[in-house]
Design a protein around this ligand. Structure first.
Ligand code: APR
Length: 193
């Protein structure tokens, strides 16, 4: 497993990149790349549902029945079934082909911020994100990685008093995402943010 750590000097919260299958990780909150009906699918969503077991789908269906679709850029939270986590946050990333690039960027950034809002609500110390929208939803990875990093960093800066996160991990399934995420984190470090 490859890991890179970038300490955030100002808040003491570490942002880490890791190349891994998210279902093998231990974290207070794991963040899933879901769809608006929370109905499961392939990719990381399929892997998370398979590893968590059927209770996850039951919870997702209940949320959909009670609250309707989860809007693009927002997030909902469930328990984590058999995964080694306390919570799963399900966020719905933008489908790249449906929006102007600037709007897609805004929505992707919103996914990260909404997910961290929920993680803070349950007093998470550790949160691990999948690379939202970079699979089936077609968001270019070279654009998504810096958006993910700056959204997490920005949220941490703006929520100093509302969270106790010690580590936010950006989980990359493939080498390309891992490389791009490391580059985005290194750029953040270079500018001392
Ligand atoms: N662990 C970590 N990351 C994974 C895993 C895994 N087990 N499996 C896939 N990934 C990575 C992919 O390599 C990609 O970089 O997750 C990233 C997101 O890809 P998708 O899962 O396709 O998610 P997304 O592009 O946001 O599309 C969401 O796909 O599965 C459906 O229900 C989901 O309809 C929704 C859509």
């Amino acid at each position: 497993m490859q890991v890179s750590n970038f300490a955030d000097a100002r808040q003491g919260t570490e942002i880490a990149a890791i190349r891994a299958d998210i279902t093998t990780l231990t974290a207070d909150v794991l963040i899933n790349a879901a769809n608006s009906t929370l109905s499961g699918g392939g990719g990381v969503d399929g892997a998370i549902h398979a590893a968590a077991g059927p209770s996850l789908m039951t919870e997702c269906q209940r949320i959909f029945r009670d609250s309707g679709p989860c809007q693009t850029g927002s997030a909902v939270m469930t328990s984590a079934g058999q995964l080694d986590a306390s919570w799963i946050v399900h966020t719905v990333g933008p489908i790249w082909s449906l929006h102007e690039p600037a709007e897609s960027a805004r929505l992707l950034s919103s996914c990260y911020r909404s997910s961290l809002d929920l993680a803070a609500k349950v007093h998470a110390r550790t949160a691990a994100f999948s690379s939202i929208s970079t699979g089936v939803y077609g968001f270019p990875k070279e654009l998504a990685a810096p958006i993910a990093v700056s959204a997490v960093e920005g949220w941490l800066q703006n929520n100093l008093d509302t969270h106790i996160l010690t580590t936010v991990t950006l989980v990359c399934f493939d080498e390309e995402n891992f490389k791009l995420t490391n580059e985005a984190l290194a750029a953040l470090d270079r500018y001392g943010r």
